[in-house]
Design a protein around this ligand. Structure first.
Ligand code: SF4
Length: 373
């Protein structure tokens, strides 16, 4: 199992919390799509396993037209086989999901939509500088469903200044009413060099509060789990049978090829990342110069990666696989370090190490305590 991630580095406007790579100028969109198509061919040998998932993320892939999508998918089809393709996701913003866009999309292999709703409250959307309003978000989901999309995920953000627990619960109820199959939800975080960080520095907006985020995380889990969603990864909830295959493969250590500026690739032994600059990326691709940096992963890095991703999921860390890959001594070290953790935060079986619901709140910290030096 392997996946391809394609980064579409364009957005209509910059959301205040976002530190992903994107440009708000679409001037070189066509050239960039040509560069993506070329990179797909140039790096066709990177994946050794059959292609199981394709994921178009960004940025905003729904800014692409039908011709752009055709070029990208035709490049993938030329160099990879789709025989074992199980999922093809495209991230879309609500304001782009109109009838004509959906018609163009239906002509592609995309069978899963990830819609960036973030909130149904006007105050939150304005605070985040989103390009859509709540009504557009609801209509976008309805249109996608009418067009036949029956595998839809939406994103929601909690912990926003001014978002009361009651508001958050109402947001979740509106999301549930949409009848979507999957919800990803994240606490608002302040990333360096974002407009949000600047606003906080200048005292124009308060800093997000960790107590608020922790309470709203509990409301999130309780509300979605009591409405038929499975909490299968810290930030991800799915109706039965609708786990995100691409992301699940990633958490389970599958290999993936990242195409486009800032995209990351992983083949088990190394991690590569493309330059996060559209002009330099295109120059490198068209000039046949390398656009990637590479980091070889030591055994400790591989162990830490497995712990960090595994502990975030309901499947936990596969200890049989852990022993096979890293040996008995590494497993003994892991179990010894685990003895220092709060026993209410994890469950340890012969085959799996998992976090309890209480432990999930501290997942990244627990993983860090278990890391190899
Ligand atoms: S959150 Fe999404 S739409 Fe907003 S700036 Fe970031 S990538 Fe673009």
């Amino acid at each position: 199992m392997a996946g391809i991630y394609i980064h579409i580095p364009f957005c209509k406007q910059a959301c205040n919390y976002c530190n992903f790579h994107f440009s708000t100028s679409l001037k070189f969109k066509e050239e960039l799509v040509n560069a993506l198509s070329q990179e797909i061919g140039d790096r066709r040998s990177y994946l050794e396993q059959p292609l199981e998932t394709v994921y178009l993320g960004g940025g905003t892939p729904s800014l692409l037209g039908g011709g752009d999508l055709d070029k990208i998918f035709s490049a993938i089809r030329t160099h990879f086989t789709f025989d074992q393709l199980k999922e093809c996701t495209l991230e879309a913003n609500p304001d782009d999901i109109n009838v004509s866009f959906l018609e163009q999309l239906k002509a592609t292999p995309v069978d899963r939509l990830s819609i960036g709703i973030q909130s149904f409250r006007a105050a939150d959307l304005e605070f985040m500088n989103r390009a859509h309003n709540a009504e557009e978000a609801i209509q976008a989901v309805g249109r996608a469903q009418q067009a036949g999309y029956d595998n839809i995920t939406i994103d929601l953000i909690y912990g926003t200044p001014g978002l009361s627990n009651r508001d958050w619960k109402e947001n979740l109820e509106r999301a549930i009413d949409l009848g979507v199959q999957h919800i990803s939800s994240y606490a608002l975080t302040v990333e360096e060099k974002t407009a949000l960080a600047h606003q906080i520095d200048k005292g124009k907006t308060p800093e997000p509060q960790s107590e608020q985020a922790a309470e709203q995380f509990e409301i999130l889990v309780e509300t979605l789990c009591s409405n038929g969603f499975e909490h299968y990864e810290i930030s991800n909830f799915a109706k039965p049978g609708h786990y995100a295959i691409h992301n699940t493969n990633y958490w389970k250590g599958a290999h993936y090829l990242g195409i486009g500026p800032s995209a990351h690739s992983f083949n088990g032994l190394s991690r590569q990342w493309n330059i996060a600059n559209n002009a330099l990326y295109m120059k490198g691709i068209f000039g046949a110069d390398p656009v990637q940096e590479i980091e070889w992963l030591s055994e400790a890095d591989q162990i830490n990666e497995m712990l960090l991703t595994g502990l975030r999921t309901m499947w936990g860390v596969d200890l049989v696989l852990f022993r096979e890959r890293f040996g008995e001594a590494a497993l003994a070290r892991l179990i010894s370090k685990l003895g220092q953790e709060n026993p209410l935060h994890y469950s340890l079986g012969a085959q799996q190490l998992k976090l309890t619901e209480a432990g999930k709140l501290f997942a990244d910290g627990i993983a860090a305590n278990l890391f190899e030096d």
